[in-house]
Design a protein around this ligand. Structure first.
Ligand code: 5GP
Ligand code: MG
Length: 178
């Protein structure tokens, strides 16, 4: 795409696979007595990560549901506007694991947490593949984090730049020249 350049690879496909396996191990051990789990994928960014994560879960009955959440673009980070859609299935009385691509300011997940709590799940856990704690403005802490990263803009493995590059099997730092 015009104006975009890959600066460096932050995580290779193999490294991502190791991170996802490590997360699945922790989730499987924490939920070893659970019979069922609703995995709630936050669209669109967590779609790729979610499909890899669920295939490593050993809980007997896993359901996958989706919710659309978006905060305005990077250009507009200070606005703090978060829009959240409807969950594709019922979560009342269920153990729920929310799967997100990256936690930045924390606004998306803290807003989502309030919305989901109102739907009375039995339990609510949050898993973020990446975390940029240096940019946190909302008081939010995830239960599972794949990797803590510096404040650099990344694409690939579900993460986009203007809706492109989600398909890349690796995660790269990009340079945007407008
Ligand atoms: P926040 O935690 O600020 O509410 O927002 C998190 C959302 O911002 C993520 O779900 C993602 O859509 C976007 N985001 C934050 N940092 C990055 C990044 O480095 N790359 C990409 N592609 N999206 C990011
Ligand atoms: Mg996102």
């Amino acid at each position: 795409m015009k104006g975009m350049k890959i600066k460096r690879i932050m995580f290779t496909e193999e490294e991502l696979s190791g991170i996802v396996s490590g997360l699945a191990d922790k989730i499987n051990s924490d939920l070893k007595d659970a019979e069922s789990l609703v995995v709630l994928c936050v669209l669109k960014g967590a779609a790729v990560f979610t499909t890899d994560l669920v295939r490593r879960l050993s809980i007997p009955d896993v359901r996958i549901e989706f919710i659309r959440a978006s905060s305005y673009g990077r250009e507009d980070v200070s606005s703090g506007n978060v829009t959240v859609g409807a969950v594709t299935g019922d979560i009342e009385g269920k153990d729920v694991l929310v799967v997100e691509d990256i936690i930045d300011t924390g606004r998306t997940l803290s807003e989502l947490k309030e919305r989901l709590k109102a739907m009375n799940p039995k339990s609510l856990r949050f898993c973020g593949l990446f975390d940029k704690p240096s940019r946190r403005t909302a008081d939010f802490k995830a239960d599972y984090i794949g990797a803590v990263i510096p404040d650099e803009f990344i694409v690939g493995y579900g993460l986009d730049y203007a809706e492109y590059y989600r398909h890349l099997p690796y995660v790269a730092v990009i340079e945007i020249n407008d």
